[in-house]
Design a protein around this ligand. Sequence first.
Ligand code: PMP
Length: 324
Amino acid sequence: MPTQTAYFQGSFVPLAEAKIGIMTQAFLYGTACFEGIRGNWNEDDGTIYLFRLREHYQRLRMSGRILRIALPLSDDELCDLTVELVVRNGYSEDIYIRPIAYKSEEAITPRLHDISDDFLIFVTPFGNYLDSEQGIRCMTSTWRRVEDTAIPARAKVNGMYVNSALAKTEAQENGFDEAIMLDERGHVSEGSGENICIVRNGKLITPSPSDNILEGITLDTVVTLARDELGIETVHRSIDRSELYIASECFMTGTAAHVTAVVEVDRRPVGDGKTGEITQRLQRLFFDAIRGKNDKYSHWLTPVKPQSSGQPEDRQGVKAERVP
Ligand code: PMP
C-alpha cells in the first residue's frame, strides 16, 4: 500500500501518523476552520489542476480572523506547501485537499483567546459528490441555517457543520439528495455544503452575503463565467422559499458539488424537471475551466504535473514537479 502524506505539526508525515490527542480543544468544541480545495485531473495532459488555491487560503485566513486563529504562513507559502504535498502524494486522479487551522491546546474551556493553534493539510482522492449529470432532488430543510449572530456562516467553521449534517441526513433519509436551508427570516440561504442559485427571467439570482451563506468560490466562478461568457447578470438578493417553486432553473455550486442542477424542490419539478439550458451552458464552461481546457481562465489554476504519472497503487516515490 502507498503511504499517503499529510502536513502536520510543521512537517510532512505519513497520514496514519497524523493524530491529535482526545483533549484537543478543536475536537472538544469544533473550534477550527477549514477549506476544501479540489485538484482536477486532466487525463489528456497528465496534469492535476488545483482550483483557485490562493482564494481558498485567503478565505481560510478570513475564517481564522473570526475564530482568532492565525495562519502560520503567507499565502504564497501556503500555496507552495500545498503543491509540495500534492507532489509528494503523487496522485493521478481527482483529489480533494483539506487544510485545517485549529485550536490545538488540550483545554477544557470553549474559548478563543489565550489558546494555541496549529495548522494541517491532508489530501485524498475524490470523485463526484452530487450527481451533476442528472441533477438532484432537494427538500427545504426543517433545520434553519445558523445565523451570523450564532455561528457566522461566512466562516468555514468545523463545528458549524453540525447544522449541515442535521439537514443533510434529514434530506437523505426522506429520499432526497440534498437539503436547502432557510435562515431565521425564512429566506433561502444554502445547501449543506453548496451555494444555491435560481434563474428567473434570464437572470441568475442568488442569496445576498447577509443571508447566512458561505461566500462561495465556485459561485464566484459561475457568476464570472455567466457575465463574461454568456452576458448574463447575477442579482444578489434575498430569495423566498416560494421563488424556488416558480424559478425556471435552479442549481447548486460548491467545491465538492461543482455545478449541479436542482431538478426538483419539495416534490415540485423545477422548470421542466430537467437540467436547464443556462445551467448546462454554465456547467460546460465550468468543467472546461477547472480542468485546464480554457486558457482564458488559466489564472484560476495551479498545475501540478507528475513526471511519470502512475496508477494510485504505484504513486509512492513518483517524482513530480510544479509547472511554472
Ligand atoms: N456553502 C457551504 C455551507 C459549503 O460548505 C460550501 C463548500 N465549501 C459552499 C457553500 C460552497 O463554497 P465553495 O464554492 O467555495 O466550495
